[in-house]
Ligand binder design. Sequence first.
Ligand code: CTP
Length: 442
Amino acid sequence: MIKVITYGTFDVLHFGHIRLLERAKALGDKLIVGVTSDDYDRTRGKINNQQTVSERVEAVRALGIADEVIIEEYDGQKIDDIRKYGVDIFAVGSDWEGKFDYLNSICKVVYLPRTTGVSSTDIRSENRMIKLGVVGEVPLLRKFINESKFVNGCKISGLCSQNKEIAEEYPDLDLITDDFDKITEASDALYIASHPKLHYEQIKKALQKGKHVICESPMALSVEECEELFALADEKGLVLMDAVKTAYSTAYARMLLLIESGAIGDVVSVDATCTSLRGNDKADPDFYKKNWNSSCDWGPIVLLPVFQLLGTKYKDVRITSSFADEEKEYDSFSKIDFVYDKAVATLKVGKGVKSEGELIVSGTKGYVYVPAPWWKTDYFEIRYENPADNKRYFYQLSGEGIRYEIVAFIKAIGSGRVTDMLPREITSAICSVVSSKRRIEI
Ligand code: CTP
């Protein structure tokens, strides 16, 4: 009996896939099909799959061509599988020509001509091309524009910025403007990263014009404004998403799941720090007015693990700040202390102050240690009393999580359903803490 094996993602199954599978089957007596897992696809940069691995496996199985369907989860698995199943022929489309020649030493490798004119990428993009307008002044805009290129189904429609330096870097964009109405007009959806003081008005305007919005956190500077915006989005049937890219980092998300499944027992304390030095603030008299303060810039990020692990119903919060300006709007350092029923959290944010940017979550059985910079990490450890029990975890992080955040936004627009990565009560709680005027001054 001749055994044939082939691998693929097989997202939104199409005619090209079916022809490939039929020809692979015809090469022998038994066909094994390896379908890539969602995790494995992420590590190889395939982030746009429309279907989950179980949906893709079901679709391949339902064709009735494969005799066995397996899941491909790691680099090098093909060698393992070929040996394990006693495979005679490895078959794959000609777009992979030469890439699998290394398997020739253990089986025969056949490249089958790829069917022209059809691909999963094309089918996904056909669904709808969202015109995404980008608004704001911060360097984060550059990352957002670059990362959007990895996402199927969206295209940058233009840039609205008061920052001429950033605007000049994108001469190829269809629209460069400093007029918010113009960018809104030219877009289906907006990414807003302007100064936090402008968020509420800009989001409201965009929603009223029927545009979806993703906005850098904090979305607004009070709970009332935040809730008003969510209500408006619901009334208009639009997506309104809070953007905290850390929520979309794979390592961070896996760390939360491990903690939730009891890996360190009950959580007793969350300690997180995010700081950065700022540019030359003396040169520009309006520096403190134009730039994000510590609470708005770093606050949403340090608050994220606290609210995700301990919830938003804290018993008490105490914020201690040191201000750099006379108006006391720009905190260059803040320490935020939460008291919960059975836990505490201590957070530090700074702009113009530098400290170790680590995250430690302490529990009754052990603790999680995420080294600096924890908000864009690919690595963490779970540590126990006995170091021999310690575990290390590594997950590939591409684009600091921004590209996954854009994928989530585009998917939400397509399905009308926002994923629960950042529940609304967390967005509201973030707005409440970062804008709090009740601070002890040092
Ligand atoms: N394939 C093919 N003809 C096509 C598309 C895919 O023969 N028009 C083959 C590939 O060469 C591979 C298998 O089908 O052997 C699974 O391919 P996959 O990567 O899942 O499909 P694509 O449509 O190429 O997906 P994407 O656009 O996401 O890269």
